[in-house]
Design a protein around this ligand. Sequence first.
Ligand SMILES: NC(=O)C1=CN([C@@H]2O[C@H](COP(=O)(O)OP(=O)(O)OC[C@H]3O[C@@H](n4cnc5c(N)ncnc54)[C@H](O)[C@@H]3O)[C@@H](O)[C@H]2O)C=CC1
Ligand SMILES: O=C([O-])CC(=O)C(=O)O
Length: 327
Amino acid sequence: MASPVNVTVTGAAGQIGYALLFRIASGQLLGPDTPVNLKLLEIEPALKAAEGTALELTDCAFPLLHGIEITADLAEGFNGTNVALLVGARPRTKGMERADLLEANGGIFKPQGNAINDHAADDIKVLVVGNPANTNALIAQAAAPDVPKERFTAMTRLDQNRAYAQLANKLAVPVTAIKKLAIWGNHSPSMFPNLFHAEVNGQNAADAVDDMAWYENEYLPRVGKRGAEIIDARGASSAASAANAAIDHVYDWVNGTNGEWVSMAVPSDGSYGVPEGIISSFPVTTANGEYEIVQGLEINEFSQGKIDATVAELVGERDAVKDLGLV
Ligand SMILES: NC(=O)C1=CN([C@@H]2O[C@H](COP(=O)(O)OP(=O)(O)OC[C@H]3O[C@@H](n4cnc5c(N)ncnc54)[C@H](O)[C@@H]3O)[C@@H](O)[C@H]2O)C=CC1
Ligand SMILES: O=C([O-])CC(=O)C(=O)O
């Protein structure tokens, strides 16, 4: 059996953490042959709750779980880390301006980026889940100059999974009938789920839907605002589905997609006119632990407008954190 992989989860005592840790320990993050050491990174006041979760993890007697560490110390939390799931973040509270939110998250993701830079393993892969995820990833990346930039990614897989489910429901097909349905841009209501390259049982998805009014006025807002719909219904934000998407993201990054497309927010290389360096969602394929942005797609006028809008939002966030000296 392979040697254990060190997986750090920040915000481990939160609700996504609770939905995520057991699945990682059972082998769903990296595969059934890869043992894991879990490193739970929390703030001091939440350490006791994280310890409680660790007791339960122990009680599952997972064969792949080789060790659990719990800490509030960044150097310890990222020491030798191969995969970091940055989940803990500062939520927006009432009366908080966007700049305040970005600054508060800068206070979390900058020191975490520094610690990843100084202590993580050479093959570190980072997934940022905590919102605003794309820009938090940019902050952490900027604070880790020795780590290759492409190792910092943010999560739009939940958006992709939502997009698959809503399209499958509309067309009364199983989700497995759908392929190449990717999210472009920011993890925010401005995101763009692109039906023009997607396929349903081999047919173009936009043609299969054949209803631009539904696409624009129902589908896009439904997928884009699904997070708010869940908060309204549950009284709490998506947790199990977010954890599920984090598992999907990392599993596919590590194990390869065999040519299938998945959505990842990754540093732009300038593809499709998305400014270089912005952490934006694209369709990607993965192989040998690396991803590649799908190239050569024709972007129609409708899609270009949507992509331009969500990318403009990301550029605005990047400029705001630049003004704060965070990137
Ligand atoms: N990208 C995506 O698709 C999604 C992102 N999210 C985001 O994920 C984040 C976490 O969500 P929940 O687990 O529901 O929140 P939660 O509030 O239940 O848990 C957050 C945890 O992070 C911890 N934390 C705060 N600052 C920390 C720090 N500096 N270091 C380590 N831990 C820290 C808190 O103590 C808390 O235990 C939120 O920002 C949420 O908006 C949620 C759903 C989907
Ligand atoms: O808004 C939130 O905190 C939750 C979120 O990102 C989502 O469910 O997509």
